[in-house]
Design a protein around this ligand. Structure first.
Ligand SMILES: C[S@@+](CC[C@H](N)C(=O)[O-])C[C@H]1O[C@@H](n2cnc3c(N)ncnc32)[C@H](O)[C@@H]1O
Length: 239
């Protein structure tokens, strides 16, 4: 599979935005809430004053961060797909989130953020969609302060023993179930193809090192179908 085309990715998320949360919960059986909770705990352990959630989508991670972190920690959510952000902003209004999360439209490959301005950056199920991962990681390093951390949740290649069942689910069940629920079969064909084509956790750790991060963690979750990666911007970091 070639690198994702940003315009096609943006258009696809715009189409599925209204049903994104519902389909997610059903496809993962709710385990995604547990994955996001682990990510949020890692962030909280850093005691950050500012966190940027990239590829924030409809805001699941940003809301979990806001619930967990103290009110004086700024939470910013960035996504390039306006309809996904509209969902996030609707949820924020409905839940009357205080202090509010600053949802902004922006491209991870060209972040409109100051150098070394964030204590932590999160990206959950967004790395896989980038047209140029190396450039995205370089941008994230640029905006992280020295000692700050990037925490990633992403699909990965699972343990061998579950692969036959997992790939059967990905290829034969997921696209049709999600296609039925969302009315968009092609979006969920992209999902299974992009998951299968994505590098394993060792390769992502190598990419993090190449981008200048210190690799702190690569923890497989749920039979290794998802990995939680942590990379730290070195204390002596220069961008
Ligand atoms: C699978 S969703 C993940 C949403 C959310 N983080 C979650 O865990 O549910 C991926 C999101 O990445 C966004 N995205 C993909 N490429 C992007 C880019 N270059 N810049 C900003 N957002 C991007 C898409 O618009 C989409 O909302």
């Amino acid at each position: 599979m070639s690198a994702p085309d940003p315009q096609a990715v943006n258009a696809m998320f715009a189409r599925i935005a209204p049903r994104y949360d519902l389909v997610n919960r059903i496809l993962t059986g709710g385990i995604d809430l547990y994955w996001r909770k682990l990510l949020t705990r890692r962030v909280a352990a850093l005691h950050p004053r500012s966190v940027v959630d990239l590829a924030t989508g409809s805001g699941d991670v940003a809301f979990a961060l806001r619930r967990t972190l103290p009110g004086d920690c700024a939470v910013i959510g960035i996504d390039f797909c306006q309809p996904m952000l509209d969902q996030a902003m609707r949820r924020q209004d409905k839940k009357k989130v205080e202090p509010p999360i600053a949802f902004r439209q922006g491209d991870i490959l060209q972040l409109d953020l100051e150098d070394q301005s964030a204590d932590a950056v999160t990206i959950s199920f967004g790395l896989r969609n980038l047209a140029d991962r190396a450039r995205g990681l370089a941008e994230i390093r640029r905006v992280l302060r020295p000692g700050g951390e990037l925490i990633i949740l992403e699909f990965t290649q699972p343990y061998r023993f579950i692969r036959p069942f997992y790939f059967f689910y990905l290829r034969r069940i997921l696209p049709y179930l999600a296609g039925f629920l969302s009315g968009d079969l092609s979006a969920y064909r992209y999902l299974n193809q992009s998951i299968e084509a994505f590098p394993d956790r060792e390769e992502i750790s190598e990419e993090l090192k190449t981008a200048g991060f210190l690799v702190k963690e690569a923890t497989p979750l749920t039979g290794g179908i998802v990995c939680l990666h942590r990379g730290q911007s070195p204390e002596s970091a220069k961008t």
